[in-house]
Design a binder for this molecule. Structure first.
Ligand SMILES: Cc1cc2nc3c(=O)[nH]c(=O)nc-3n(C[C@H](O)[C@H](O)[C@H](O)COP(=O)(O)OP(=O)(O)OC[C@H]3O[C@@H](n4cnc5c(N)ncnc54)[C@H](O)[C@@H]3O)c2cc1C
Length: 467
């Protein structure tokens, strides 16, 4: 079959949330054309492979593409997110991206969408379903929206062995369990592990029947502090101010984390175990209370092999098991690639986070900078990578980079306006919503400003210590 040649302005590799958010800005802020290629059959990236009970862990209000609201505009009145802004479910996110593609992108006449196709490099695209190929010439840039290599349990290969005869499944299959096992062993202490445990507890499983392999404990962010709506101003902006104060007044790295926790910003599942991981997950207080009901926590480090009658750990520890135990894989690390690279490199843009754990905002922002700034140097100056964290101390690098970007953006009038107008940036609107008579809110903003420079200096000091 002959290869078809296509010429476009931007070739976006990946129709995940980041590729979609980038394309959306190109379409709304320019008259350029875009080709989006993806191996999945629907836009949404890893949400295609998500477990049936997944939801966002941050409010829908600042997820998705800039031009279309995802939130229902409600505060949940039931469930473990009660009292907080709505969180879209996996199916809702999939339907949302499908609508963006079918009702906005494609009718614009400026988007070519090639699902079920693989980008091979050098402009070559191959269909997964036939021997059809395309050769794409990108007049402007190639946009790599695959750099972060998000991984999820249903598609990843665990980094430990599982012997024949062991009952083992990704959490995706939990709703299919029909034969009650002797116990459930949840493998992984991150966000998916949390979701699996909460799901089991919500579905009639006794906490004592759950055993939880948590090689590391994580600092978690209290979700009530991440609500971009004026009714949550004190919680959200107050937490920002308190965090700034905690950093500025801290006397050591450990003291800084203690103060951030004492201020009600970070939390942890087990008050007796000091976390050494930070992945940016948010949690509600009722979810936390549920998780604390599980007492069988296995802290022998990482598993190296599971056999029907034992669990073998990398450190040599061996724990007894039985063939009727069901192991639930929650060990995929959402970020498969923690390597950083410069965002703008010649004819390629590598989409990464330029704001703390905000991939979709970041993709939209990078698109705006691509369209409005002239030189590569200037574009990269405004799009310094805010690294995705893994260890607790990575939070320091991340927060420092975040504050530097915020400062640089605040110096440019047009960017201040863009941030204010963009729905993916909930915080600028919150800060701008203050009226003259709202003295308490004004006081919060003053605390924030007063502690900005001292906290940056403290972060720089800690960075030098951990270098
Ligand atoms: C369970 C879970 C919950 C999350 N919750 C939140 C949240 O609440 N808030 C938040 O901000 N983030 C959240 N995240 C982070 C999430 O990773 C990002 O929000 C975002 O969805 C990542 O999108 P992406 O486009 O970078 O990657 P992906 O979704 O992985 O998309 C990349 C796409 O590229 C395609 N692709 C790769 N290589 C090729 C190739 N060679 N040719 C063609 N196509 C290719 C893949 O098929 C894929 O569809 C969550 C992540 C997980 C796993």
């Amino acid at each position: 079959m002959a290869s078809e040649t296509i010429e476009v302005d931007y070739l976006v590799i990946g129709a995940g949330a980041m590729g979609m958010a980038f394309a959306d800005i190109v379409l709304t802020e320019s008259d350029k054309t875009v080709l989006i290629v993806d191996m999945h059959q629907k836009p949404g990236g890893h949400w295609n492979d998500a477990y049936p009970f997944v939801t966002l862990h941050q409010p829908s209000a600042y997820y998705g593409v800039s031009s279309k609201e995802l939130s229902k505009g409600i505060v949940d009145s039931i469930g473990l997110n009660k009292g907080l802004q709505d969180l879209a479910s996996g199916p809702e996110i999939m339907a949302y991206f499908d609508e963006v593609m079918r009702y906005q992108f494609l009718p614009s006449g400026r988007v070519t969408y090639l699902p079920m196709c693989k980008y091979e490099g050098d402009g070559k695209i191959s269909a997964l379903t036939s021997d059809k190929t395309y050769q794409v010439k990108a007049r402007e840039k190639i946009v790599d929206a695959t750099w972060l290599k998000t991984t999820v349990p249903s598609t990843h290969v665990p980094n430990f062995e599982v012997a024949d005869g062991v009952k083992f499944m990704p959490l995706n299959d939990l709703p299919k369990v029909m034969d009650q096992p002797s116990r459930y062993v949840i493998v992984g202490g991150g966000k998916t592990g949390i979701d699996a445990v909460v799901w089991l507890l919500e579905n009639h499983v006794d906490p004592d029947q759950i055993h939880w392999v948590r090689p590391r404990d994580a600092w978690l962010m209290r979700r009530e502090n991440t609500q971009p709506d004026s009714q949550f101003f004190e919680a959200t902006m107050g937490a920002q101010a308190a965090q700034m104060e905690a950093i500025a007044t801290s006397e050591s790295i450990a003291d800084m984390f203690d103060r951030i926790e004492a201020a009600g910003i970070f939390t942890r599942i087990d008050p007796d175990v000091r976390p050494n991981m930070f992945h940016g997950a948010t949690i509600s207080d009722p979810e936390l209370a549920e998780l604390r009901r599980v007492k069988n926590v296995i802290r022998n480090g990482r598993i190296s092999r599971i056999e029907p009658d034992k669990i073998i750990f990398e450190n040599g520890d061996v724990l007894d098991s039985d063939p009727d135990t069901l192991f639930v894989d929650c060990s995929a690390c959402a970020v498969g690639n923690s390597e950083e690279t410069t965002v703008f490199q010649g004819d390629t843009i590598y989409l990464q986070t330029v704001r703390t754990v905000q991939p979709v905002f970041s993709a939209a922002f990078i698109a705006h900078i691509e369209l409005t700034r002239d030189t590569e140097e200037e574009k990269n100056r405004l799009c310094q990578v805010v690294p995705l964290p893994n260890h607790d101390t990575d939070w320091i690098r991340m927060h420092n980079a975040f504050m530097m970007n915020q400062y640089n953006w605040s110096q440019e009038k047009d960017l201040r306006k863009w941030l204010l107008d963009n729905r993916l940036d909930g915080y600028s609107q919150l800060a701008a919503s203050i009226e003259e008579h709202e003295t308490e809110k004004i006081a919060i903003m003053k605390r924030l400003r007063d502690n900005a420079v001292p906290s940056v200096m403290k972060l720089q000091q800690y960075l030098a210590e951990i270098a």
